[in-house]
Design a protein around this ligand. Structure first.
Ligand code: SF4
Ligand code: SF4
Ligand code: SF4
Ligand code: FES
Length: 980
């Protein structure tokens, strides 16, 4: 298809917007409100062009065959100028003293593009104060041009539905919850609105007074300068004034660094540029990350204060009795190497164990497992996927062959139906949640949520049901049986692609609807409705997390999910598949890179002689043939006296492993314990040597996110004086033990990984440069697989396998003494126990402590109110917390988030585990509750977003602006004048 564009024939793409066509052809047309990731908002009117003689908005017009498009006719030009003049009436140009004068301000750049010399509509202030009530950003109504990008982002991309514009008001402005202070609204501080604001109306507070050379001036001085500029503008025009501000903007370039990094919190894998001035974080700017685009959550956008916290460890510490003394790096490293060698000589290599960090890079996990295997000679090597994701990996290994998400986040967006099981996605994987919320709200995707708790996704779902704890396997299997029994299965897909159908169908005999209804506490109608929705949907993605995996049947329930997907043909196509949502930023990568007791990197079995011999040759050592101990077995082995020494980095083991008291007892029994950390964590208390490491912003390397996406991170800051990147520390220890490693840069480590690991054969730093990414498996030629299983499943015959799974009773059941079920998990604002996030003051202000959610029924029965102090006691320990009464939980269900180092929920959890993987059954915990008598304030302060009242609408609703008496489309009156 072609159009005539400014007199020349131009090919167009199907569905292409005129504004995108202009940008592609590098034809400059102003467009202030348009943002490709938000779609057309049509509020600013600056993109007016002529199409077949009529003025249209280029952002709202799809190019069509034969159109005659003129971008700079006198009419279009006049309309663009008129529209932009109205914008300047809403925005005072004081660029030279503006913190947004960084070369990317849309208002500044459009003033320049249109060569605006004088503004016809004078700037008028609006009758509102600047709102500073959010800890992270501020809104200045006077500078707001009412483009509505922020509203569109909040309503249709983040879908938090906080923002609107009161178009009918004489003085429209952006409103939070219809008119609340930002800090008391439902705003979750995700930062979408701030990121997409085209000017300085919404700004990160960390930028204010910091970004510019003259922006830190006191307000009277600043106002004086602005007045001077405004005074001379009528005489000299904007040209020279803009030139001055551009000089100032160029000067900023020399001191503002913009470095690409990848978020260090959850497994979504958001990437962004971090703007810094010396060691000050000016802002986080997401734009082109493959997983997130402009999206972030509060942690990725604003949670970086921990990096410069005064609590950072900067000196190695060595235990002396009950205290620690500072030591030099040489002394500490010599001691570690000497004690490791002594213990290995005395009690053998298997008396040492190593735990890698899911917060650290792939290269660091690779080196840690190489240290364990090649230098010490043990496979006692694990990472925290043992605490969460190992069961999901097992379920996928059993059925489809790879232990990773079977597609990408974009597939979740495309699916006709998303089923979420045991995942608080909106809080634990916030940016993935935005994609599902957007598809559901804007594109008619169906959403089904199965959870004990009515979390945000459950509130939004088309169907939400609450199975009894630990019974997911039953309803999943019963639905699959119902699908088979009623001819709803995808028989063609099964015949072509799935083995063991007959055996599997037989294994479902037990799972009748009646049995499922009774055991799960669900109406039969719910089961059949959901089964039919799944069978009939155009593409199903199942998202699950720790509500499934942290059970004694975690692997089997994950398997049941994959069986259901196979039965309904929901693999091998875009918009389908299995998505276990990985918790940490690099928990996928830690396992992928060999931090596991039974696998070398790329899931190559340590027990396979051919594989072992490949690594022996490459590393020039002989390697132990038997799989090692996993995390759980390590703790048992310490208690049994078999394990003498441990080396753990970046893992708050004593709080995040279950049955924390038991784990703490074990750690205190070790002969020698090395912790490598950025802070003196709770686990450090048990250590003999503590080595100060660096966080992700102070090193290079790669992370692998939940969608198997490998991404590079670059050094934002130099390592804080005294601390060292983990890969350097691990190498120093290995070399003191005679390893002779010579890695000078993480890229050299990755070259070795790629050479030894077929799954990563084509991964190179060049192919990952900047924002480029690869989703494994990556072939030697660099081709990757965003959608797994396009040609076959990962089994020798290329077929998947139905895998029968039985059901057994959950562990740690309720009885007369321990009569309540305790569920636990994450919170939006904090990551796990909060070692990093509590160090951001704004986060602490919004969510200062842990709490326990109590249902209104139970609260009534026991006389509990929000703020009441209660004590929870399990068979393993006790904690105290304040209650929050909420219908999110029901009946005898309690929920406690993990955000506490003082009263960690894992003092209550047991040592029961998933049978296949030893993942702790965190979610199978029974407790008794004692009301302590004192009642304090609500542990969630008034500034927490939960107290807000969102105002949903379908976007910015520009039609309401167009209905205003004083609105006319720019250029209209010109047409009339000409006609006359
Ligand atoms: S939730 Fe808050 S920070 Fe996020 S887009 Fe909405 S108003 Fe902005
Ligand atoms: S605050 Fe919102 S409406 Fe105002 S200029 Fe920024 S993005 Fe546009
Ligand atoms: S915590 Fe997760 S969702 Fe939030 S910015 Fe980081 S990677 Fe993205
Ligand atoms: S860019 Fe088209 S109306 Fe704003």
């Amino acid at each position: 298809m072609t159009v005539t564009l400014n007199g020349r024939s131009q090919a167009i793409q199907t569905g292409e917007r005129l504004i995108d066509l202009f940008n592609r052809c590098e034809i400059e047309v102003p467009h202030v409100c348009y943002h490709p990731q938000l779609g057309p908002i049509q509020t600013c009117d600056t993109c007016m062009v002529e199409v077949d003689g009529k003025l249209v908005r280029a952002c709202g017009t799809i190019a069509a065959q034969g159109m005659n498009v003129v971008t700079s006719s006198p009419r279009a030009d006049a309309a663009q100028r008129e529209a932009f003049d109205r914008i300047l009436g809403n925005h005072m140009l004081y660029c030279t003293v503006c913190d947004n004068n960084n070369g990317n301000c849309t208002v500044h750049n459009t003033t320049k593009l249109l060569h605006v010399e004088h503004q016809k509509i004078p700037f008028k202030t609006k009758p509102y104060e600047v709102d500073m009530s959010n800890p992270f950003y501020r809104y200045d109504p006077d500078q707001c041009i009412l483009c509505g990008r922020c509203v569109q982002a909040c309503q249709t991309l983040e879908v938090n539905e906080t923002l609107t514009i009161n178009w009918e008001d004489p003085h429209p402005r952006v409103l939070w919850d219809g008119g609340a202070p930002i800090g008391e609204s439902s705003c979750v501080s995700c930062g979408h609105c701030v990121t997409v604001c085209p000017c300085n109306a919404l700004m990160e507070k960390s930028m204010l007074g910091e970004a510019g050379y003259m922006t830190a001036l006191a307000k009277p001085a600043l106002d004086g300068m602005i007045d001077i500029v405004k005074g001379i503008e009528p005489e000299i025009g904007y040209g020279p004034i803009l030139q001055l501000s551009e000089m100032e903007s160029h000067m900023r370039e020399s001191r503002t660094r913009k470095t690409k990094t990848v978020c260090t919190y959850c497994g979504v894998g958001c990437s962004f540029n971090i703007w810094t001035k010396d060691r000050h974080v000016l802002k986080v700017e997401p734009s082109e990350g493959a997983a997130n685009g402009v999206s972030t959550c509060i942690k990725g956008k604003f949670g970086w204060d921990y990096v410069n916290s005064p609590d950072r460890l900067t000196k190695p510490l060595i235990r002396e009795g009950d205290t620690f003394r500072q030591a030099s790096w040489d002394e500490a490293l010599d001691l570690v190497a000497r004690r490791f060698a002594e213990i290995k000589a005395a009690t053998g290599p298997d008396s040492l164990a190593f735990i890698s960090s899911s917060k650290c890079t792939n290269e660091e996990s690779y080196l840690m497992q190489k240290l364990a295997r090649a230098v010490i000679g043990t496979n006692n090597m694990d990472n925290c996927s043992r605490y969460c994701q190992a069961p999901a990996t097992t379920g996928l290994f059993r059925t489809v062959g790879y232990g990773g998400d079977s597609g990408s986040i974009s597939d979740m967006e495309k699916a006709g139906l998303v089923l979420i099981v045991g995942s608080n996605t909106a809080e634990s994987h916030p940016v993935i949640a935005t994609r599902v919320k957007r598809a559901h709200k804007m594109h008619g995707q169906k959403l089904i949520v199965a959870d004990l708790r009515e979390n945000e996704m459950a509130e939004r779902a088309d169907v939400f049901f609450r199975p009894r704890p630990g019974t997911d396997l039953i309803w999943l299997s019963a639905m699959t049986r119902y699908i088979f029994d009623n001819g709803l299965a995808d028989q063609q897909f099964i015949d072509q692609w799935v083995n063991q159908a007959a055996e599997y169908k037989k294994s479902l005999d037990l799972f009748t609807l009646e049995m499922a209804s009774e055991r799960c506490g669900l109406p039969i109608e719910t089961l059949t409705t959901v089964a039919r929705m799944i069978a009939e949907a155009k593409g199903v993605c199942v998202l699950w997390a720790m509500g499934v995996t942290q059970h004694s049947m975690g692997s089997d329930t994950s398997t049941a999910i994959s069986n259901l997907l196979l039965a309904t043909g929901n693999y091998m196509k875009p918009g389908t598949g299995a998505y276990p949502l990985r918790g940490h930023n690099n928990v996928q990568g830690a396992s992928d890179h060999g931090a596991m007791p039974n696998y070398f990197p790329g899931y190559q079995e340590v027990a396979d002689p051919a594989i072992r011999s490949k690594f022996e040759k490459a590393w020039n050592v002989s390697l132990p043939p038997h799989p090692g101990l996993d995390n759980h077995m390590m703790i048992e082995a310490i208690h049994e006296g078999k394990l003498k020494a441990m080396y753990v980095f970046g893992e708050e083991m004593s709080l995040v492993d279950s049955n924390a008291n038991f784990v703490g007892d074990a750690l205190s029994k070790l002969d020698f314990f090395v912790m490598q950390e950025i802070f003196f964590s709770e686990t450090c208390r048990f250590a003999d040597v503590i080595l100060p490491a660096t966080p992700s912003l102070e090193k290079e390397g790669t992370f692998t996110s939940t969608e198997r996406r490998i991404q590079r991170l670059y050094e934002v800051f130099e390592p804080l004086d005294g601390s060292r990147p983990d890969w350097i520390i691990i190498q120093d220890i290995a070399n003191r033990l005679g390893a002779g490693w010579k890695y000078e840069h993480p890229s050299q480590i990755y070259e070795e990984v790629a050479a030894l690991t077929p799954l990563m054969a084509g991964v190179t730093y060049e192919r990952l440069e900047g924002y480029k990414t690869l989703q494994w498996p990556v072939a030697a030629d660099g081709s990757d697989q965003p959608l797994l299983y396009t040609k076959q499943f990962n089994f020798p015959d290329g077929k998947a396998t139905f895998y029968p799974v039985p059901w057994s009773e959950p562990t740690d059941q309720q009885d007369a003494e321990y009569d309540l079920h305790l569920n636990n998990g994450r919170l939006l604002e904090h990551f796990h126990e909060g070692n990093m996030t509590y160090r951001t003051e704004g986060i602490r202000e919004k969510t200062p402590c842990t709490f326990v959610e109590v249902s209104p029924e139970l609260a009534g029965e026991r006389g509990i109110q929000t703020g009441s102090w209660v004590q929870l006691t399990s068979r393993y320990g006790k904690v105290r917390a304040q209650a929050v009464i909420t219908a999110r939980v029901q009946g005898k269900e309690l929920y406690m988030p993990m955000n506490s180092t003082e009263e960690p929920v894992n003092r209550l959890t047991s040592s029961h585990t998933d049978k296949a993987t030893h993942t702790p059954a965190y979610k199978e915990t029974s407790v008794q509750l004692r009301v302590l008598g004192q009642v304090g304030d609500d542990p969630l302060p008034g500034t927490n977003s939960r107290h807000g009242h969102p105002t949903p609408q379908r976007g910015v609703e520009v039609e309401r602006k167009w209905k205003r008496q004083d609105y006319h489309q720019p250029g209209d009156h010109l047409v009339q004048i000409q006609t006359r």
